[in-house]
Design a protein around this ligand. Structure first.
Ligand code: SF4
Length: 307
């Protein structure tokens, strides 16, 4: 429902009006609107959804009040955001997450605006925080994105409030399309295909077969199954998980030694190390004194990237 507590739903129409005014003040303040409260309030309070809600409030049951308020809140949100329909470069979006890339962003990588070492691959099956739906999701397909700075949700290219985005004039589609003043901005992106590693690698690239083998041996859905079975003490689970984790480690060492690739390149080529992904799947990996793999449950929201 948003905009404060829902206590007013059981109250009088005067309380509902107070809450609506408060919600409008909050949102205008949050988006640094240049308009006065009274001018936007006039628009909201004379809108049909709000007038109807106010008139019928005392006769509505709770469920009807919720529905009516949702309609009025939508009008309120649109009226407020319409007063500031441009980017302030305030950095709020850049601190809440970094963008995934879409195929139309390919030229940015080809031109070197965004280097491959500035990218990370989120593989199918990773648990991520969705900036779009504001909840945890398991990725149904691969996404390549700009990473977030360690321990934060802040985009790698955000240089603080005074300097802003390092690549603002060439920022990716998601950043250009996400209009904080337009709650519908995200929906446009559902039409665009995500960029994948294959879009960025030549078919002749000698690393391609290594990536394919890694995808097969380190499939995240299999890893998750192995980890779950290991925690449940089911036969074969520990072996399945240990094989995937071992192959992942071995592949990273191999690419580092043979091609001199550092961790930032490996994040794009192979995604995050499997031991890190396991944490985001809700498992802790460790070795006992004899070097044997140990698996236990971990907090479900640890080690997440946004998507
Ligand atoms: S690429 Fe630039 S605009 Fe986009 S989230 Fe990062 S810092 Fe912000």
């Amino acid at each position: 429902m948003g905009y404060g507590a829902a206590d007013f739903l059981g109250g009088s129409s005067a309380e509902m009006e107070t809450q609506t005014r408060r919600a409008l003040r909050e949102i205008l303040y949050e988006i640094q609107s240049p308009s006065t409260f009274e001018s936007v309030w006039h628009e909201v309070s004379s809108s049909r959804p709000y007038r109807e809600l106010l008139k019928s409030w005392e006769c509505l049951n709770r469920k009807q009040r919720v529905k009516g308020w949702q309609r009025a809140a939508r009008v309120l949100e649109q009226a407020a955001y319409a007063t500031r329909p441009y980017c302030l470069q305030c950095g709020t979006c850049c601190r809440k997450g970094s963008p995934s890339l879409f195929r139309v962003d390919l030229p940015l990588v080809l031109k070197g605006v965004i280097k491959r070492s500035n990218l990370i691959t989120l593989r199918r099956g990773e648990i991520c925080f969705s900036n779009e739906s504001n909840q945890l999701i398991q990725l149904p397909r691969e996404q390549v994105k700009i990473p977030e700075k360690s321990g934060t949700r802040e985009c790698l290219f955000f240089q603080g409030e005074t300097k802003g985005c390092e690549i603002y004039e060439s920022r990716p589609l998601q950043c250009r399309t996400l209009e904080c003043w337009n709650p519908d901005g995200f929906t446009i992106l559902t039409e665009s295909p995500f960029l994948t590693r294959l879009d960025l690698l030549s078919p002749q690239d000698p690393i391609l077969p290594v990536i394919k083998a890694h995808e097969e041996k380190c499939d995240l859905l299999n890893l998750e199954q192995g980890l779950k079975q290991a925690v449940d003490k089911k036969e074969g689970g520990l072996v399945l998980a240990a094989e995937a984790l071992g192959f992942d480690r071995h592949t990273r060492d191999f690419l580092g030694e043979k091609y001199g690739l550092r961790a930032d390149h490996l994040g794009f080529l192979l995604g995050r190390p499997l031991a890190e992904v396991a944490v985001s799947l809700g498992y802790r990996i460790s070795l006992d004194a004899d070097g044997r793999l140990q698996v236990s449950k971990e907090r479900a929201d640890s080690g997440l990237q946004g998507a």
